[in-house]
Design a protein around this ligand. Sequence first.
Ligand code: DAH
Length: 341
Amino acid sequence: MNMTSELSLANLNHLAEKYLERISLAKDISELEQVYQAAFSRKSGEISNIMHELKDLAPDKKKEIAPYAQDLRQKIETALANKKIQLGDVSQDQTFFDATVPSKDSGRGHIHPATQVIWEIEDFFRSLGFMILDGPEVDSTFFNFEGVNIPKDHPARDMQDTFYLDENIALRPHTSNCQVRAMREYGAPLRAIVPGRCYRNENRDARHEHTFLQFEGFMIDEGISIANFRDVIDQFFKRFINEKTETRIRPGYFPFVEPGFEFDFKCFCDGFCGLCKGTGWIEFGGAGMIHPNVLKHGHIDPDKFSGWAFGFGPERLAMIRKQIPDLRLFRSGDLRFLEQF
Ligand code: DAH
């Protein structure tokens, strides 16, 4: 049989009949698999060969025959797929794929618990007139460190140990990298928060992760003082913890603020509990009055403007409110965890 006779229309029709009949008579999956191989096996499948030979036909002939050959192939594929469903073997189907078979219902997802709390926090600050800004997760050592008053060789760089791409570029260890960027972009007065992912070279445990979220916040204007910070943070805890909670600040050191402090809120317990370890207070974040050097790097005149800044981890807030025991769960991808929220 020469090539042209094989590729005649009559021959294609004959093949169609032959295969459709073999498919309809197949009694089980292995018989159907044999039909599939006879038609489509790469080396010797009759239909595969025809599709291959089409390429070598003279253009006129190709134009005439190709649509019929395509049609033939499709008919046989569809018949195979339908028969496979009829024989009850769809799930293990490796050889051919029928896009019309409805998928198993995999359920509807929902917003990740960390994102839920981020959105809530953003709403709160938006209602107080804060902008919500975004910034780079891979940033220069200037914005990560020098810009926020952590010079080279300063011991504070150990606390912020991160992953370096080269000597001058690193994954940001805190969202404070956006302070100077925001000041340069928007000038003063300025009220902004920056939520985002940060990275540190940490030994992982229930409270430390190499990848975690932070919220940076700052308010800069003429005559801003710690009193403004206390007011904002009081309202924050009333909204996110409860109406009755109290706030406290205590001295703390961060190179980018002067004075610097840490801020806590009053624990839910009456006496001893694991969360506050019997102290009655829960440590929440760091804050302070923005250091004049940082304002200068941001091209803001420290003699005219002052401001406060804070940083905290929203995952910690979610952990406290929803009694999540381990920070690592957030990035575990474990549905048993995620489905609880
Ligand atoms: N960047 C600090 C950290 O990652 C958190 C922080 C502390 C941010 C004090 C601030 C601040 O803006 O004023 O540990």
